[in-house]
Design a protein around this ligand. Structure first.
Ligand SMILES: NC(=O)c1ccc[n+]([C@@H]2O[C@H](COP(=O)([O-])OP(=O)(O)OC[C@H]3O[C@@H](n4cnc5c(N)ncnc54)[C@H](OP(=O)(O)O)[C@@H]3O)[C@@H](O)[C@H]2O)c1
Length: 230
């Protein structure tokens, strides 16, 4: 890869490292103060990427919620919202859902041939740009090159754990923010910060601690790490 965006992963997780309960319905983990921080982070980036399961199960809007922050972006000559991006093997998302309708925002969908041509046309007619890859699974390095070529220099990742594991596997994470809520979800099948196949002993990815802050009055902690190559 020649060039890629600067990549910032942001998650909210429980003390036991879970991004959701075993129900996988998008459990609330962030505090009010954390939601505000996330909105500020969103407002500072060029694009936001989510994995396919997060897209299909949560249908996130990925927009900047604060009118002030959106006005600030416009005053800086930016679009009101960052570009919304997803990597999804079969892009059978709801055309009337929040990802497709909340905005204004550009929408980029990287998918495979498992998405039928008819659905690709529907997504395009609804305003999304769809990139169909021939391979079984989507090469994240290729996606990042494509994003960079389209002018995206700072990319925020909003989960889930399978996507994040893939990013760590290919050394594609520059920064990680994790809000840790004082809750335990438990459950071996509940998604964690980095799922995927797992790294063997000796192949662990190492991070550099930038800061830890006692973040709110709800017992949450914010940790900020950078990758060691930073
Ligand atoms: N607390 C938080 O901050 C937070 C944030 C986001 C999500 N979540 C939660 O996390 C859960 C979803 O996470 P998840 O790990 O199951 O899924 P995910 O990371 O959102 O999506 C992974 C799926 O995306 C598709 N995909 C296509 N190309 C890929 C690639 N190159 N690399 C990785 N994935 C690719 C695959 O779908 P196929 O299997 O169909 O091929 C893969 O299974 C939900 O419960 C959601 O609510 C929590």
């Amino acid at each position: 890869m020649n060039s890629r965006p600067h990549v910032i992963v942001n998650v909210a997780m429980t003390i036991d490292g879970k991004l959701d309960t075993i129900e996988r319905k998008g459990a609330t983990i962030s505090s009010g103060a954390d939601k505000q921080r996330v909105d500020e982070l969103r407002a500072s980036v060029d694009a936001i990427l989510v994995g396919g399961k997060t897209l299909l199960s949560e249908d996130p809007s990925l927009t900047v919620k604060s009118a002030d922050l959106r006005s600030r972006r416009l005053a800086q000559g930016l679009e009101e919202n960052p570009v919304k991006v997803s990597v999804v093997s079969q892009a059978d998302l709801n055309l009337q859902g929040d990802f497709m309708t909340a905005g204004p925002a550009r929408r980029l969908i990287y998918t495979t041939k498992r998405t039928l041509p008819e659905q690709v046309h529907k997504l395009e007619n609804a305003g999304a740009q769809v990139f169909v890859r021939c391979e079984e699974s989507i090469d994240l390095r290729d996606v990042f090159q494509s994003l960079y070529d389209q002018g995206i220099q700072i990319l925020m990742i909003e989960g889930g754990g399978t996507l994040i594991a893939g990013l760590f596997q290919f050394g594609l994470v520059d920064e990680l923010f994790a809000y840790i809520a004082p809750q335990i979800f438990s459950g071996a099948s509940a998604p964690t910060l980095a799922d995927g196949d797992g790294f063997l002993n000796g192949q662990a990815k190492h991070l550099h601690l930038e800061s830890v802050s006692k973040f709110d009055n709800e017992g949450g902690v914010l940790v900020h790490y950078t990758s060691q190559s930073q």
